[in-house]
Design a protein around this ligand. Structure first.
Ligand code: AMP
Length: 116
């Protein structure tokens, strides 16, 4: 059983969000607490709790998430300068919402990935 998260409610339309893209597999919306000028979350419409829970059957949706990230980066005008895509997984990864999501971040130099 998957937990009904805030992102599942956004996908269903029960909770408002600034949705920038939607198709049969994924939904993308702006992060409510953006960490960069562009900060978009891309989520599977069918909830998967974490990246650690994916299986071979999820390959189409995982591929779609990355392709949509690249398309949205182009649409946001950040593809030329560059951007970052990020997935936090479980406790040590800093995951807060247990509905798999990809962060698309850009619009300013983001620096190195992690501090030492
Ligand atoms: P993570 O730490 O990878 O689980 O990231 C969760 C992200 O979801 C954070 O960047 C939050 O700001 C964002 N977030 C939480 N609630 C909402 C919401 N209702 N609408 C948009 N973004 C949200």
């Amino acid at each position: 059983m998957t937990i009904d998260t805030i992102f599942a409610r956004i996908v269903r339309g029960d909770v408002p969000a600034d949705i920038v893209y939607r198709d049969d597999l994924v939904t993308a919306f702006r992060d409510i607490r953006p960490l960069a000028p562009t900060h978009i979350l891309i989520v599977p419409n069918e909830a998967i709790p974490t990246l650690a829970d994916v299986s071979a059957g999820h390959e189409p949706v995982l591929g779609r998430m990355l392709r949509v990230a690249a398309d949205l980066a182009a649409r946001e005008g950040i593809a030329q300068g560059g951007y970052r895509v990020m997935i936090n997984c479980r406790d040590h990864g800093g995951q807060e919402v247990y509905h798999l999501h990809l962060h698309l971040l850009g619009g300013r130099p983001l620096g190195r990935m992690l501090g030492r």
